[in-house]
Design a protein around this ligand. Structure first.
Ligand code: HEM
Ligand code: HEM
Ligand code: FE2
Length: 463
């Protein structure tokens, strides 16, 4: 690590890692509640809110950490202000903790979600962005401070690079897309219309732009590949992500009361969305093939896995239900949930974990570290996730057939015909939890334990 400021990344990564563990713990509880609805003191709706909000927040914290690492490196200077970055971290951590306590409080005592100044005190009730309005404002301030600090660093040094320009551009887009989720309209149709701007334009717009920039950064760092080549492909990927992803939002406007031209727009543009994701896979393989002396093998491994599972989870599991002709049957079933899991896991969970494996050794000041735990964590998590996804894809097919074709009601399908799928999902969920446990342990150990002489020697020999 060249710059003291890059240590800031570790604050964000640590908070992210802890929330990751919380997310998967409550996910497992949610899975058990599919089998025993009364399991646990907090109801399914509270647990589910915690599960998906923790996911979004830890991924955002991970992106912030990654940015605090990349920007000094690319600008070749210290951050504009380290105290400001630390303040931004602690302010965010306090806000997030208050929001989580609010969800739990409301779970125990639903009446507590009172109206204050026309907004709900504890929970605003829009999936993924349930945080109450006062927290939205604090989050906006935090993000403004974050962007300001990074942009000032770049301006101070006038070191423009394609990678950091794209990264900060993507982050600005991300921040702007938070705003459509911050106002009410009387109409449910309009409310959903704007809500999808946040959810869809995040994961299929700005976050994918950020992923393309970080992919280029990671490949360059680990393999020493040429910046010019990586940046050229990054621009093409980003261009295609935006071209297909922005209008691809139409795949959420089929059945919510929006005009019927969205059937065409959504169907056509969203079907093209896998193309840039496939380019990213090719990018990763091409770069990897050309290189030899890779020291941080586990870092490269996660980077390539991220590219592959981004394509499979978002691209393939997305495209199978994106045409209106298909989505008319599968909308809002477990097929959607299966895609939600694999897409988030491949595109963003693995992205943050890859960034952690690429940067953490240098943040902790070591060149060599015990890489085997990283692989164990990967296989526990990935095999479990693949099985979770297969299980709920199966559940979704049964659900689609029985509910939408045979006309059985939701509860009887869920409670009777799908039961075995829930049992398997919960078992694989525990497998995933084991993987996360290994990863968390690894995160806190890297660079802090002596590397065994033998493994050092083998790593040298194989390098
Ligand atoms: C990394 C990128 C992506 C992530 C993280 C992601 C995640 C999600 C999630 C969580 C949902 C469920 C939203 C809800 O609660 O209703 C969803 C819905 C959907 N996604 Fe994606 N997605 C991604 C990319 C894609 C792509 C590339 C496509 C198409 C090619 C796609 C197609 C769809 C469709 C059609 C739905 C609506 C399903 C329904 O009607 O119930 N997604 N996505
Ligand atoms: C990194 C890993 C994980 C990610 C990225 C993730 C992501 C998500 C997302 C995006 C949703 C909302 C899906 C939708 O509305 O369609 C969700 C719901 C859920 N997740 Fe996870 N999850 C993960 C791990 C787990 C694990 C290990 C379990 C336990 C088996 C689990 C169980 C659930 C359950 C039961 C729901 C509610 C599904 C429903 O409402 O039908 N998740 N998760
Ligand atoms: Fe979408």
């Amino acid at each position: 690590m060249k710059y003291e400021s890059q240590k800031i990344a570790q604050y964000f990564f640590s908070a992210a890692v802890v929330l990751f563990l919380v997310q998967v713990l409550v996910g497992t509880i949610a899975a058990l509640q599919f089998i025993w609805p009364d399991f646990f003191i907090l109801n399914f709706n509270t647990i589910r809110t915690l599960h998906i909000n923790a996911l979004v927040v830890w991924l955002l914290l991970g992106l912030m950490g990654a940015t605090y690492y990349v920007v000094p490196e690319e600008s070749e200077s210290e951050l504009w202000s380290i105290p400001l970055a630390k303040f931004q971290f602690w302010a965010t951590a306090v806000t997030v903790t208050l929001v989580v306590l609010g969800y739990i409080w409301m779970g125990i005592n639903p009446q507590a979600n009172i109206q204050v100044l026309g907004t709900n005190l504890l929970n605003e009730g829009r999936e993924y962005i349930e945080a109450p309005r006062w927290a939205d404002y604090l989050i906006v301030v935090s993000v403004l401070l974050f962007l300001f600090n990074n942009f000032m660093t770049m301006l101070k040094t006038k070191k423009w690079s394609g990678i950091q320009g794209t990264l900060l551009g993507g982050l600005t887009f991300l921040a702007l897309m938070y705003l459509p989720g911050m106002f009410y309209t009387q109409s449910m149709v309009k409310d959903q219309f704007w809500w999808w701007w946040v959810v869809h334009l995040w994961v299929e717009g700005s976050w994918e732009v950020i992923a393309a920039a970080l992919l280029a950064f990671m490949l360059m760092k680990i393999t020493g590949a040429k910046r010019e080549v990586l940046e050229k492909w990054m621009y093409i990927e980003v261009g295609l992500v935006l071209f297909t992803g922005i209008l691809g939002i139409g795949h959420h406007y089929y059945w919510i009361g929006t005009p019927s031209y969205w059937l065409w727009v959504g169907g056509i543009f969203s079907s093209l969305e896998p193309i840039p994701l496939l380019l990213m896979v090719w990018d990763a393989f091409r770069t990897t093939r050309e290189t030899r002396n890779v020291q941080n093998k586990v870092g490269l491994f996660y980077t390539v896995a991220h590219a592959i599972f981004n394509f499979v989870g978002a691209g393939l599991w997305g495209v199978i239900h994106t045409l209106p002709q298909v989505n008319k049957w599968t909308h809002g079933t477990q097929i959607t949930t299966a895609h939600g899991h694999l897409a988030f896991y491949g595109a963003y969970v693995l992205l943050i974990l890859a960034m952690i494996y690429v940067t953490l050794p240098s943040i902790r000041g070591v060149k060599e570290f015990n890489q085997s735990r990283g692989y164990h964590a990967f296989w526990w998590m990935t095999i479990s996730m693949v099985f979770i996804v297969m299980t709920i894809t199966g559940a979704g097919m049964v659900q689609t057939y029985m509910e939408r074709l045979m006309g059985l009601d939701y509860v009887s399908v869920k409670a009777t015909y799908n039961l075995w799928f829930w049992i398997f999902r919960a078992i694989f969920g525990v497998g995933f939890l084991v993987g996360v446990g290994i990863f968390v342990k690894d995160y806190f150990k890297i660079g802090k334990e002596p590397v065994a002489a033998v493994s050092t020697a083998t790593q040298r020999a194989s390098a």
